[in-house]
Design a binder for this molecule. Structure first.
Ligand SMILES: Nc1ncnc2c1ncn2[C@@H]1O[C@H](COP(=O)(O)OP(=O)(O)OP(=O)(O)O)[C@@H](O)[C@H]1O
Ligand SMILES: O=c1ccn([C@@H]2O[C@H](COP(=O)(O)O)[C@@H](O)[C@H]2O)c(=O)[nH]1
Length: 333
């Protein structure tokens, strides 16, 4: 199985526990305040009272600060203290509550409002999940879209879900996702798995899911299989780097994607070789991988993909089209 990995631990950069503002008051031990000379040749921070208005005459006499009698100091501090308790403290507390409520609202939106109970009762393990893997630009999206029509899959592209989340104005992960995508890095899996899980739950009627471009590393693979469900098969589009580069640069002319440029593409290739390829190797050891060459025409590649899928559904004893969908399709006669 997969090497052990941390699961469900939010990286520090994502931990947004609301903090209660702390009113930091520069303090000095009271006895030092009381005995600090207020004048003379020793300048210090309590020199406001110096000068012609300084009733102590700058003598540095013990017991006088700003030329005030100790009792007056005591009385003012008591007044200040109760003023703080009455006005400042409630204000800060009210602010903290407001912030907490705002943060809670944001988190609720981010988790697409599925409760822990709903997640726990969703039958993830009854679903047929197929991972679609391969280098960037190998044709995962192109072929997945066709498999939707022929086999009734719901197609979930992890990259698309991340891009959508990135664009959501209230998302607390927008900037983080944008950075990881531009740098060709793998977004922390708690975010991606959360999005995938929500997207699966958005389609309770469907039993078949194509999860495209995920998992990108062994840690993600283990976390998904531990917390959501196991994949039944892995479709792997095998493609040489030269072809990938050509296709991505071509796609970049119109895609508008922040990572379809030579700098990001090089970084994505590095991440693919170092982190994503080992996932395919691991699933291959488990006998789950169907390898399809991405070279050939689009129709040719899809024909192979379709044949392999037909074979797979035959093996697991399911009709190529889900029963519900076959029944729902209007008869041509
Ligand atoms: N067999 C093919 N022959 C030529 N071009 C292809 C073929 N398959 C896909 N393409 C083109 O290559 C580009 C990349 O394909 P696609 O977007 O499906 O790859 P992908 O694996 O989903 O990429 P990414 O991982 O970056 O999202 C697209 O412009 C697509 O039209
Ligand atoms: O599981 C995932 C999937 C994707 N990413 C990030 O998104 C980009 C683009 O992904 P595509 O599959 O090519 O659309 C990818 O380079 C990663 O930065 C991810 O982090 N985790």
């Amino acid at each position: 199985m997969f090497a052990s990995a941390r699961t469900n631990i939010l990286p520090r950069s994502l931990q947004q526990t609301p903090r209660t503002p702390v009113l930091r008051v520069a303090t000095k031990p009271i006895h030092r305040l009381y005995t600090t000379p207020t004048g003379g040749n020793k300048p210090n921070q309590f020199t406001m009272g110096q000068g012609s208005n300084n009733k102590s005459g700058g003598s540095g006499k013990k017991g006088f600060i700003f030329g005030m009698h100790p009792f007056a100091i005591f009385a003012s501090m008591t007044l200040l203290g109760s003023g703080y308790m009455l006005i400042v403290k409630p204000f800060f507390e009210w602010n903290a509550i407001q912030k907490e409520q705002r943060d809670k609202k944001k988190t609720e939106i981010d988790s697409a409002s599925y409760s822990d109970e709903q997640i726990a009762s969703f039958p993830f393990d009854k679903k047929t999940v197929v991972f679609v893997l391969g280098g960037p630009g190998s044709g995962k999206g192109t072929n997945s879209a066709k498999l939707v029509d022929d086999f009734g899959f719901v197609h979930l592209s992890a990259g698309d879900l991340l891009r959508e989340e990135q664009k959501r104005p209230v998302s607390q992960y927008g900037e983080l996702i944008a950075h990881y995508i531009r740098e060709g890095l793998i977004v922390p899996h708690v975010i991606t798995i959360g999005l995938l899980r929500n997207a699966m739950m958005d389609h309770p009627e469907s039993d078949r899911f194509l999860i495209d471009g995920f998992p990108r590393n062994l840690e993600q693979a283990k976390a998904f299989e531990d917390t959501v469900c196991k994949a039944k098969k892995v479709l792997y589009f095998e493609c040489p780097e030269t072809t990938l580069l050509e296709r991505l640069l071509d796609r970049g002319k119109t895609s508008g994607r922040s990572d379809d440029n030579i700098e990001s593409i090089k970084k994505r290739f590095r991440t693919y070789v170092n982190d994503s390829k080992p996932v395919i190797d691991e699933f291959a050891k488990q006998g789950k991988v169907i390898t399809i060459s991405c070279q050939g025409t689009m129709d040719g590649v899809y024909k192979n993909t379709q044949d392999q899928m037909n074979k797979f559904f035959n093996e697991i004893g399911q009709a190529p089209k889900p029963i519900a969908e076959t029944a729902a399709t209007p008869s041509k006669n």
